[in-house]
Write a protein that binds this ligand. Sequence first.
Ligand code: HEC
Ligand code: HEC
Length: 194
Amino acid sequence: MARYVITLLYTVLLLPGVCLAAEGGVEKGKVIFEKYCVKCHGEDGSGSEHGKYLKASPARDLRTNRLFFTDSELVIIINHGAAWREMPNWEYVLSEDEVQNVAWYLRTLKFVPDPREGERIFEKKCALCHASDGAAKKIWKAPDLEGSALGPFETARLIRYGIHNTLMFPRESVQTNAEIADVVDYLESIKIKK
Ligand code: HEC
Ligand code: HEC
């Protein structure tokens, strides 16, 4: 019991400290972002002209990072980069703290999704299977998305990476992060509220 009280006390006492550290970290992260990342990812994280026309694949939109990655995944990606693409690995350039700070800064970027754009994409790319009269709906049982129990995070990852061995193919290479975020927002808007 005493141990729980002590742990609780520590948490209560330390939390404001952690929050303050995160706040200072965001400021430092912004400086790092401007120095190393803007070249490809753009001032606001949506992608620079340079980043859009890289050889292997465009620099992805970072404003949507909360939809796709947990805190620790984000740190891992920044550290390791993307093999065979032009996202460098930063672990030898930035210190551990700097990577953490830039990750905190990325968490403050905002993307405002457009559900109408999401609906347009859905009609074009998803309705074939998911609309009530969709061909694959009848044969392979593509589920009704109005009734989906998945939250935005799970839905976004599922659209991006697909479901292995099913007709639900990954969209990572055909849809941008922003397009996926728009579709997710549209799907949230049609969900049957329980
Ligand atoms: C030379 C260009 C370039 C620079 C500089 C760069 N990136 Fe990237 N970044 C990319 C590319 C290209 C991708 C997409 C890789 C892929 O398609 O998997 C990417 C992807 C990412 C992703 C994953 C996004 C996603 O949704 O998959 C994160 C996070 C990221 N970059 C963070 C950073 C940070 C932080 C910096 C600065 C420290 C940085 N990048 C600098 C080119 C760059
Ligand atoms: C070729 C047919 C096909 C297309 C096109 C397709 N899907 Fe799917 N989708 C499926 C099937 C089949 C499943 C069920 C997979 C399984 O067996 O788990 C599924 C599952 C899903 C799920 C999981 C739902 C849940 O609650 O488990 C989501 C979300 C989803 N799809 C979204 C989309 C979106 C968004 C698009 C368009 C960008 C899309 N799908 C395009 C066939 C398709």
